[in-house]
Design a binder for this molecule. Sequence first.
Ligand SMILES: C[S@@+](CC[C@H](N)C(=O)[O-])C[C@H]1O[C@@H](n2cnc3c(N)ncnc32)[C@H](O)[C@@H]1O
Length: 396
Amino acid sequence: MAVDLPSPGRIRSRALTRAGRFHRVIYDLRTEGTSRRRDAAAVGLGVFLGCSPFWGLHLALCWIAGRLLGLNRLKLYLAANLANPFVAPFLLFAEVQTGAVLRRGAFYELSLEGIKREGPWVFGGDFLLGSLVVGGALGLLAALVTYLTVGRASHDPGFSTVVREAADRFLPTGITAWEFARGKLRNDPVYREVLCGGWLPSGGTLVDVGCGQGLMLALLADARQEMDEGQWPETLPPPPRFDGLVGIELRRRVARIAQRALEQDATIIQGDVRNTLPCENRVVICFDVLHLMSAEDQDRVLAGVGRALEPGGMLVVREADAAGGWRFQMVRAGNWLKAIAIGRWRQRFHFRSADDWRACLERHGLVTDIQPMGHGTPFANVLLRATRHQGSGDRG
Ligand SMILES: C[S@@+](CC[C@H](N)C(=O)[O-])C[C@H]1O[C@@H](n2cnc3c(N)ncnc32)[C@H](O)[C@@H]1O
């Protein structure tokens, strides 16, 4: 059983002490046997076991399978819960009918009489065979979707270490915040790209607009600390380094999580960027925020950021590309599901195509280059780097 326990460290040891025994158990369960393939295998096998007719034994089966195969038991069991009371009747119906067609070439008559006529052994045999076929198909599909959506960051041991350190900052807040940080930093390519891809110039203050719980800020703060302590992985290029880190976040609770994780390493301003525009800055980053505003607000914010950038300063934006076909539809669906999950039913979105984003930035005097930012994921995202011309005096 591979358990990804934190090594002793400033945040980690304190975090684990506070988290207590319950958090520790969840932590161990959550982190065992994790890699892209193993995650996909755990989810696929969990769905398969959940579809099996051995109701009442699913937990035990998941536990044993996880132990024997070195897979994450929590993920196995969560995936097995596909067969919950809402879905189970449909699943049962599909499995019995599939078994009947495969064994006797005919569907069941939809009545108790029909089942009685065939007898319990025939019914049981149909159910068993049907569950193998339907469960196998659903399990394979779930494994494939997991494999495609979980990124490749875990194949990079240097970056994985940096992510683990940054994510551990969120452990004192709770398992959910830590879990979210760990998953997002590992699986969303934008964080590695911006930290290690030479996108940001060092120096001055970096402002993260719509910083959420402060994931990029946590990475930057940890990278700086690891460089100072000579702990930065040799396999990675040196990260950018800033004199100050600032985050602006609309949601009060999320802003509090960010401040708690970052402590004195960054200042988090709780406010609306439409009214709280950052003043003179060298670098502004804005990931997945602008589409949450109307087109007019997007323009207003970009104009304000453009004015507030120092000459030679830079704005890095990550947004979806509305011309990205089905991969854009995946982004749209993800945003919609998230809005429902966090109770923002009325959230409106305004997406643009990559060309439109570029045109919008250039209208505000920012010279822009653009790069796809969805590799390894099924999402059509782009990263735009907009630079304010040296000597540009337009303060609007
Ligand atoms: C999809 S999240 C991205 C968070 C963060 N940029 C990241 O990469 O993890 C978008 C964030 O923008 C925040 N946000 C949306 N509109 C905002 C506004 N007008 N002012 C400040 N923050 C805003 C939301 O509350 C949310 O936390």
